[in-house]
Design a protein around this ligand. Sequence first.
Ligand SMILES: [Zn+2]
Length: 181
Amino acid sequence: MLILRLNKAGLPLGWLNPELAARLYCQNKVLYELGRYQRMLHGGRNVAGLQSTVTISTIIGCTGKTIDSSGKVTLTNRYLFRRDNCLCLYCGRKFPLSKLTKDHIFPRSRGGKDLWQNVATACQRCNRIKGARTPEEANMPLLAVPFKPNVYEQLFLMNRRILADQMDFSSHHFSHHRHWA
Ligand SMILES: [Zn+2]
């Protein structure tokens, strides 16, 4: 389980493991809690043998800097396949990660760039058939528009075990309407 960290203004900063979140509580850096769930962490024992506990919320607002929202979301295969819900955007079928490839919509061999807007998840077969052609040339229309994830979509891509309340928070800000897993 990861904790969603927001800044004072409610903008997401990223994910924290519970131990780091507990440290922010102990340092009095947590300003508010938004999560519907809580988790109790056990700390060290004092001289009397009593164990300390910290109760942390699944979404916390803290003092501190925000990530630069103009910053680039790293384009990795893992995030790309997750953006596309592990579907081949040409034949529409779902594949295990090991059977998926990154297709450059406008082919790299012809100057196509390695950017979120120019890549699509493709199965090996479709990628091979399409070759160094555009979808139009290959008569293989894309089933979804490739997009660059915004900061909220990025949060979704980075955490495979997102909790319901964290998803509710993030999904309000998704700018691209797709069926997310
Ligand atoms: Zn395919």
